[in-house]
Design a protein around this ligand. Structure first.
Ligand SMILES: Cc1cc2nc3c(=O)[nH]c(=O)nc-3n(C[C@H](O)[C@H](O)[C@H](O)COP(=O)(O)OP(=O)(O)OC[C@H]3O[C@@H](n4cnc5c(N)ncnc54)[C@H](O)[C@@H]3O)c2cc1C
Length: 448
């Protein structure tokens, strides 16, 4: 059952996605109870938003590895729980070689166990927050309102976890999508779609989402032209170099001035993809059969055509010219500007917060400048925090931010923390519950 409101809490999360689950689980693990925590958001479960995108993309295993999972502590790792559950050393062996990626059904099963055991739903108020007001009397706190300006509660500490802005399309595609005769043939990799056997598709980009779509198209017997602005990116297992997932790497990154951090992010995030054995096999087979090709260029014009779309491509070196295709898939991700998220835009404008190129200039502890205080924190997580934590938009990054935030709140509130033996017993019993639940989930095939 969801929580009644208006509701006062010690800490509130605005957003009901994976970040909210990690803040909630960490706070419960440390010793906060459900009455002290509020999660605001309309989703009945915290994996809903991610799961929909993963389903649309056809993602079967995570890109991330064994440490990225939803128990508050890292140990036991997901590979250890998986090995325990299936009585098999294979996950451990793969993990030592960095070739283990949790399956999507498996990780979602763990998330569900954590959600239920910690009572995430009991802390959730099922609505979207439209506004938050800083108040200083009788003590620093925030007053929260829904999108119709109704009062929904107060909280001393707030984590902003609204996820991503809208899906992004290059201007030529965005314009074509306003024409009803073309719109349904131009989709984002993260949108629902159906490929037809014999269909010819252009896939924009060469990051993980695009590579997934090449494989999906080839699997149904279609052909794919991989179109990139630049020559194909380097392969890389994670979405930023592995060293940036660790505290030393994060500290070195945070020590850079804001402008250098943003430049660096632009470099490391420019469409990397993991080298998946199975994808490669499928793509090489497609190439041999003349069903896969790659080109460097931009789509310059789109009109209705015999196969569905008639598309002109400006090639970088050779002129590719006009092509007849069944559809176009853009692996161009989300709009990364905070100004595309309505709540953030209102906060930025009202409190006159510093934004550079669509990125909110956060403090190095992910605090919102001018509003965040040690005794009443206002923090960001997810994509909007990746100028501080480069992998902020991954499970590992969300967990890192959640831990720092909850520890700060515990310190400010002088929380009587759960004792070490009680924490150990909680994490072991939760690991056991996850291992049990995994037994009824078919093993997902590893791709690396
Ligand atoms: C296809 C795909 C594959 C991925 N694969 C991996 C992977 O393999 N490994 C990995 O570590 N990460 C992966 N990620 C990244 C990871 O899933 C996301 O970073 C994660 O979902 C972000 O969590 P979040 O809580 O910030 O946002 P989300 O999970 O997007 O949740 C945000 C929620 O907040 C709600 N919300 C927004 N505004 C408000 C408001 N004003 N009030 C209340 N609620 C609001 C939204 O409705 C949404 O439900 C993947 C992401 C995608 C899209």
């Amino acid at each position: 059952m969801t929580a009644a409101y208006p509701r006062d809490s010690v800490l509130a999360v605005i957003g009901d996605g994976l970040g909210s689950l990690l803040v909630h689980a960490t706070a419960r693990y440390l010793g906060f109870d459900n009455r002290q925590i509020t999660v605001f958001g309309p989703s009945v479960n915290p994996v809903g938003t991610y799961q929909q995108f993963a389903h649309n993309l056809g993602q079967t295993v995570l890109r991330s590895e064994s440490e990225s999972h939803f128990l508050a502590p890292d140990w036991p790792t997901f590979a250890q729980i998986d090995a325990w559950s299936r009585r098999s050393p294979a996950p451990l062996w793969r993990s030592t070689r960095r070739k283990y990626n949790p399956g999507v059904p498996e990780i979602l099963t763990e998330a569900t166990v954590v959600q239920k055991r910690m009572g995430w739903e009991e802390s959730r108020v099922p609505l979207r927050v439209g506004w938050l007001q800083r108040e200083m009397e009788p003590m620093p706190h925030f007053v929260l309102y829904d999108e119709d300006a109704n009062f929904v509660g107060r909280s001393k500490h707030v984590m902003l976890a609204p996820g991503h802005g809208p899906l992004s399309f290059p201007p030529v595609l965005a314009k074509a999508r306003t024409d009803p005769s073309l719109a349904e043939r131009i989709v984002q990799a993260y949108e629902p779609k159906r490929y037809v056997p014999g269909g010819r598709y252009i896939v924009l980009g060469a990051g993980i989402a695009s590579v997934n779509e090449w494989a999906n198209i080839l699997d149904v017997g279609g052909s794919a032209l991989a179109l990139t602005r630049n020559p194909q990116p380097e392969t890389q297992d994670l979405n930023v170099p592995r060293c940036l997932f660790e505290s030393l790497g994060i500290d070195a990154y945070v020590a850079l001035p804001f402008e250098q951090r943003v430049r660096f992010l632009g470099e490391v995030l420019k469409g990397t993809r993991p080298d998946r054995r199975q994808w490669l096999e499928r793509i090489e087979r497609g190439q041999r059969e003349g069903r896969f090709a790659a080109a460097v260029g931009d789509i310059a014009e789109i009109e209705a055509g015999a196969a569905g779309l008639h598309v002109r491509i400006d090639g970088k070196s050779t002129d590719i010219g006009w092509l007849d295709v069944t559809g176009i898939v853009a692996g161009t991700g989300f709009n990364k500007s905070v100004l595309t998220i309505p709540l953030l835009r209102r906060i930025v404008e009202f409190y006159d917060l510093p934004v550079d190129n669509g990125r909110l200039k956060l403090q190095t502890n992910c605090g919102v400048p001018g509003l965040d205080r040690p005794e009443s924190r206002l923090c960001c997580m997810g994509l909007i925090a990746n100028n501080v934590i480069p992998h902020g938009d991954t499970i590992a990054g969300l967990k890192f931010i959640a831990r720092r935030f909850v520890s700060d709140v515990a310190r400010a509130e002088r929380l009587r923390r759960r004792s070490f033996p009680r924490r150990l017993s909680l994490q072991l019993s939760m690991g056991r519950d996850v291992a049990r639940a995994l037994r009824s989930v078919p093993t997902t095939e590893q791709l690396a």
